[in-house]
Design a protein around this ligand. Sequence first.
Ligand code: HEM
Length: 154
Amino acid sequence: MYPTLLLLHSFARWAVLILIVYSIYRAAAGLISNRPFAKTDNAFRHWTATAAHIQLMIGMLLYTQSPLVSSFWHHYRTAFHDLNLTFYGLIHSALMLAAIVLLTIGSAMAKRKPTDVEKFRTMLVWFSVALLIIFIAIPWPFSPLSGRPYLRTF
Ligand code: HEM
C-alpha cells in the first residue's frame, strides 16, 4: 500500500499544480480583460479545490503508512536533528494542510462573491498564496529541505 500511495501522491502533485496555475491564469486574464466569470472559470475553481482535497486524502493516508513519519514520531526528541524526518513528519504536512485550507476558503469565497470582478480577484489572491506555499513545501529535486524525483517510477 505504501509504494502505491507514494506513486499516486507524486503524480497527483502535477494535477494539483496544473489546475491551480491554470485557474490563476484564467482569474488574472479575466480580471484584466474585464470579461464575465464564465461556467468554465467556475468549473476550474471547483476542480482545483477538488484535486487539492483528493491530494490531501492521499497525503493523510500516506502519513499513516510512511516509515519516515513513523520514525519521526517514535524518536521525536532527537528527530528534529534530522531534516528529512522533520520535513515529512511536520513541515511538509503542516504547510500543505495550511495551503489547502487557504485554497478551500478562497474557492468558497469566490463562489459567493456578488460580482464577476470580485470572483476573479478572490480566486487570484487566495489561489496564488496557496500556490506559493505548495511550491515551497514540495520536495523538488532541487529543494534544500528534501529532494525527491519529478516523476516517481520505482
Ligand atoms: C497539495 C498538496 C500536496 C502536494 C503537492 C504534495 C506533494 C508531495 C510530493 C511530490 C511528495 C514526494 C513523493 C515522492 O517521493 O515521489 C510527497 C511526499 C509526502 N507527502 Fe505530500 N503533498 C501534499 C500534501 C500532503 C499532505 C496534506 C500530507 C499529510 C497530511 C502529505 C504527506 C506526505 C508524506 C508523508 C510524504 C512522504 C512519505 C515518505 O516518503 O515516506 N502530503 N508529497
